[in-house]
Ligand binder design. Structure first.
Ligand SMILES: C[S@@+](CC[C@H](N)C(=O)[O-])C[C@H]1O[C@@H](n2cnc3c(N)ncnc32)[C@H](O)[C@@H]1O
Length: 428
């Protein structure tokens, strides 16, 4: 059930019941900061950061070039929202309020919560997104990150080097062997802050454009936001006579990138990031705690390509050396099915939240979509079987503003339909 009578802007005090959350949750006390990696019955891997208590957060976002924000740039991801969006949404949160993002993508909400000094839970059904978002919780020592890379690259063991025209043109043979050694090492174990940071860092430099000066990316000319499909990449390289991939020193590229990205990281907060389907997995924080805030951006209606568009990064995480077109764990994209399945996520979200939890959603549709974004969200909230009171619906601007990464690779993209920002409060 959804009440639409109160169409007011989001202002004023946060939900009163959220004050009950100001304690560190049961089971997370302790003086050491550790990561554990677990497998639940459904095979979902969880990255959990345990800290003694949350640090004080910052009240204002520093300029985008600030060292403090570099960790957030560790790896790009499609259709992420700007950091300012979740950061502003959380301005009225109380100390200790837990923040949930059931479609966490690259962990923008996770990182914004950390900057505010708040604990958070993030879930995504794309392994690449979950691996990148997990890195938004870590506080590794730079020398540990580099030492793991050095050890792995010094190893003689390297099997599973992919072969074929795409791989020959994408990576220099030595660069590919180095990348495979790191892959092997991180697939065998990825639990510590340093390992999780290194994994996300390599995902971030796995492919990207060629530039002047020492290379940032390991590949030949590629977009950095998404992985081009093998056939179109080969066509592009052949058409432009880019037939010799650069010989990139993997350790040097990792070291330079680590120095840049990890120069200064914000104080760590407790948190969880897991790979899973938000219609089904338990979204609650540890212990008896419940979330007071949900700040999220569901997959844009009609956007089905989150997993295939990240196929090369997915390979690094243990996936196949070719495009995986499966839609496992992703919401269906026909209007009725989408609203109903998103409704299941809101129902699951409600079970992980306190009464009066505040939901802040940015949502859009791809250009060919016949439906309006706000209508879909309202239908999904209605179908959740829970009582959400709609507080505001606002124009969120167009996702097509600004230059697209994909333009670099000659792929034309149409401007996205207008986005909407919707705020609702959980009433039961
Ligand atoms: C618009 S993106 C989120 C981007 C995020 N706000 C950020 O800034 O990076 C939507 C995400 O929802 C994920 N997704 C789709 N269906 C899902 C499901 N059933 N459960 C969890 N995540 C899902 C996609 O993999 C994608 O990463």
């Amino acid at each position: 059930m959804i009440h639409t009578s109160q169409q007011v802007a989001v202002q004023g005090a946060p939900p009163s019941s959220s004050k009950a959350l100001s304690l560190v949750p049961a089971g997370t006390q302790g003086t050491r900061q550790i990561f554990t990696s677990e497998r639940s019955l459904t095979g979902v891997r969880v990255h959990r950061r345990r800290t003694r208590r949350s640090p004080e957060g910052i009240a204002e976002l520093p300029p985008p070039t600030a060292k403090l924000l570099r960790l957030h740039t560790i790896c790009p991801y499609y259709t992420m929202f700007p950091l300012k969006f979740p950061f502003e949404a959380l301005k009225d949160a109380d100390d200790g309020d837990w923040v949930l993002d059931p479609f966490c993508g690259r962990g923008t909400t996770t990182f914004a919560a950390r900057l505010r000094g708040l604990p958070s839970v993030g879930i995504d059904s794309n392994p690449v997104a979950a691996a990148v978002a997990a890195a938004k919780l870590v506080a590794p020592r730079l020398r540990d990150v580099i030492a793991i890379a050095e050890d792995a690259l010094a190893s003689d063991e390297c099997d599973d080097v992919p072969t074929g025209r795409f791989w020959d043109l994408c990576y220099h043979p030595e660069t590919l062997v180095g990348t495979c050694k790191l892959r092997r090492r991180l697939l065998s174990r990825c639990k510590s802050d340093a390992e999780i940071a290194l994994r996300a860092l390599i995902l971030g430099i796995l492919h990207g454009p060629r530039q002047k000066g020492p290379p940032t990316y390991l590949s030949s000319q590629m977009p950095r936001t998404y992985s081009s499909k093998p056939a179109s990449a080969i066509r592009y390289w052949e058409r432009h006579h880019i037939l010799q991939p650069p010989r990139v020193d993997v350790l040097d590229a990792v070291t330079r990138r680590a120095h840049f990205t990890l120069a200064e990281v914000p104080p760590a907060t407790p948190g969880l990031v897991s790979f899973g389907d938000s219609r089904r997995v338990n979204l609650s924080p540890p212990g008896e705690t419940r979330c007071a805030w949900i700040v999220t951006s569901p997959p844009y209606f009609g956007m089905r390509t989150y997993r295939p568009d990240q196929w090369l990064r997915n390979w690094f995480l243990g996936g196949p050396p070719h495009v995986d077109y499966s839609q496992e764990g992703q919401l269906a994209h026909h209007a009725d099915g989408f609203a109903e399945q998103l409704g299941r996520v809101w129902s699951n979200v409600a079970s992980a939240c306190v009464a009066n939890a505040r939901l802040v959603v940015r949502f859009g549709c791809i250009p060919s979509s016949p439906v309006k974004p706000q209508e879909l969200i309202i239908r999904s909230l209605e179908s959740s079987g829970r009582s959400w009171r709609l507080v505001s619906v606002r124009d969120g601007g167009s996702a097509g503003n600004g230059k697209r990464q994909s333009d670099q690779f000659g792929r034309t993209t149409q401007a996205a339909k207008q986005e909407v920002d919707i705020v609702a409060v959980l009433e039961d």
